[in-house]
Design a protein around this ligand. Sequence first.
Ligand SMILES: Nc1nc2c(c(=O)[nH]1)N[C@H]1C(S)=C(S)[C@@H](COP(=O)(O)OP(=O)(O)OC[C@H]3O[C@@H](n4cnc5c(=O)[nH]c(N)nc54)[C@H](O)[C@@H]3O)O[C@H]1N2
Ligand SMILES: Nc1nc2c(c(=O)[nH]1)N[C@H]1C(S)=C(S)[C@@H](COP(=O)(O)OP(=O)(O)OC[C@H]3O[C@@H](n4cnc5c(=O)[nH]c(N)nc54)[C@H](O)[C@@H]3O)O[C@H]1N2
Ligand code: SF4
Ligand SMILES: [Mo]
Length: 702
Amino acid sequence: MTDGARVATRPGVPPREAATHCPYCALQCGMVLRDTGERVEVLPRQFPTNRGGLCQKGWTAAELLDHPERLTTPLLRDPTGGKLRPASWDEALDRVAAGIRTVQSGHGRDAVAVFGGGGLTNEKAYALGKFARVALRTRHIDYNGRWCMSSAAAAGIRAFGVDRGLPFPLADLGRAETLLLVGANPAETMPPLMRHLADQRRRGGRLIVVDPRATATARQADLHLQPLPGTDLAVANAVLHIALTEGWIDRDYVAARTEGFDAVRRTVAGYWPAEVERLSGVPVADLEATARALATAGSAIILTARGAEQHAKGVDTVTAFVNLALALGLPGRSGSGYGCLTGQGNGQGGREHGQKADQLPGYRRVDDPAAREHVARVWGVPADGLPGPGVPAYRLLESLGTSGGPRALLVFGSNPVVSAPRAARIERRLRGLDLLVVADFLLSETAALADVVLPVTQWAEEDGTLTNLEGRVLRRRALREPPPGVRTDLAILADLATRLDAPVRFPVDPRVVFEELRRASAGGPADYAGVSWERIEAADGVFWPCPDPDGPDTPRLFADSFPTPDGRARFHPVTHRPAAEEVCAAYPVHFTTGRVLAHYQSGTQTRRVAALRRAAPGAFVELHPDLAARLGVTEGDEVRVVSRRGELRAPARLSPAIRPDTVFAPFHFAGAARANSVTNDALDPVSGMPEFKICAVRVEKA
Ligand SMILES: Nc1nc2c(c(=O)[nH]1)N[C@H]1C(S)=C(S)[C@@H](COP(=O)(O)OP(=O)(O)OC[C@H]3O[C@@H](n4cnc5c(=O)[nH]c(N)nc54)[C@H](O)[C@@H]3O)O[C@H]1N2
Ligand SMILES: Nc1nc2c(c(=O)[nH]1)N[C@H]1C(S)=C(S)[C@@H](COP(=O)(O)OP(=O)(O)OC[C@H]3O[C@@H](n4cnc5c(=O)[nH]c(N)nc54)[C@H](O)[C@@H]3O)O[C@H]1N2
Ligand code: SF4
Ligand SMILES: [Mo]
């Protein structure tokens, strides 16, 4: 599909179609939007990730375009508190600019912070980072990808020298003889991805799933390992222990392409399968079968997702699986490798172009003098004026309004009141700010607390690029004009930059922004210099790195070497440690969280879509019938899940699919059913990833 918006021929019908991608997850399924004049229809489109498939969320995404609750005018809260009221753009932006000036003149530049999102296009993510560094000159910017990809990113960089979620096209999954999915439930989180797994099965491949719940994905597996949450690292080390004992290590590969194996060998020698069975609950026979299936296959892929990563030891857990992949010689071998499944629509591109606390565009480091010089030149500002690194998302939100912490926050593309760990505390911090500004197209729970709400365009009204879970840069195309009263995120940033007397102008046209991003990223690890919108349209997207407009792109990384100083990948020995909060007499049950098919993230969008609400009307607490019997709980009873930080209330859903020592709740819901009232804010020391996937709770009938 090469054309964007084009004229249809039916007489009398306002004639528009656009070939674009779904607004939600990182699979970025291809779709055609058709404006019939009465409504916008979604039609699936062939694209290499979705192969013509869509999930319920994609099918219904257009319903929000003309939703009655869509924001079409800025909202202002009177300084004395009170309700939000409609206001003009001038009044709203004046208020934002004046608020920023007051806070910065009283408390310094770092007193204003920015919080971004992995759903923003590359152009917006880039502009947001530039806005923070150049217009606000604050070091405080970070984003919700910290909740999502940061552990896999940190582990990937330290092992391979680069962070691209999948270092190969998704279609490679269909060719893997063995596929190991760790803490991933794509049957619910990326349903069309299952078409690639069906291919794999048709070719006789084996699927192994590691999940404390027998999910829709695990039910399709040849082997399901059902560990206690938080024990994946030990499982990986035990599998590697077995591979060593059996002589299944790829010694030539380890010698030629890696560094540091000896330390890992010594460490995993202590991971006796029988001990790991006691710790994790995974039988020795299953650990052995996993080792055998990975090591004796002609090709094998190991993938991790949030189940393994959202822990205070997420980086080390991913590293344990990377060690396993390297020892078996998988990365860079055809049809084999290690990867992580990126989550948000632009989860990959959104982590490359400067909305991270420590980062400049092109995945450069903000503390690297050469990177600062390069980017400052593209931006037309002096390098010594660029602020240094900020702090990771949770540290940032937790410090808001406290002594020395930022007193104003601008949010673009996130709803932390629902999605942040220990959310009640974060909600209090947001309420305590001098100025909270939220740009959104719906009144999210976070926007509802704001002093100023700025209504923005939706995906069907925008052009731009996103980079999907494969590292493939693709085009979002506008179908129609935005409703009157609505502006783009880029236009808001440009206007605010002018009002704040920024030293340079901020372009509003996404294509102009992309051209600047190309130059800013040139020479960095995520090099987009050779990517153009025309080139994306001429093919099914372009894989970075792509440094040269006339040279090739890079669908597969690591075939010959790794982008480390000596071209070798690095092993790092890692050891199991308990979860930050262990169960005890007062809080005897493990609590874990995740997703359901019908809802997306904090639910701002999908809770407003009628068909999705019907499919999944509310939160629930999944618990095993044995645990339920002990607690005197029956199906549908309202239960309380209580941790040291707070509680959630929701109906019980009894299921033998979950371990009897663990309960699960989705995090898509707000109010009394908010899972993040309960979760732990312990962070991974390297990535800053919160421990969303395990804490200790008490469960009782409400
Ligand atoms: N329907 C839907 N799809 C989505 C999203 C959504 O909100 N809704 N969000 C998108 C985003 S941003 C992301 S990041 C991805 C996430 O995609 P996934 O990672 O697939 O989603 P989760 O449900 O968070 O977690 C996956 C599984 O981890 C399991 N798990 C919990 N604790 C542990 C543990 O300690 N070890 C192991 N091995 N498994 C554990 C859970 O039981 C769950 O089944 O989904 C994307 N797609
Ligand atoms: N307990 C628990 N908590 C979790 C997780 C978990 O597994 N368990 N997962 C974590 C993960 S992986 C993630 S990614 C986060 C996500 O959680 P959030 O960061 O809250 O993500 P969304 O709900 O997608 O919020 C996006 C908001 O921005 C708006 N929006 C969408 N597109 C745009 C745009 O282009 N511009 C602007 N200005 N606004 C836009 C949407 O309407 C919505 O209100 O949640 C994390 N929280
Ligand atoms: S799988 Fe993801 S990208 Fe595809 S339709 Fe569903 S939400 Fe959209
Ligand atoms: Mo995510």
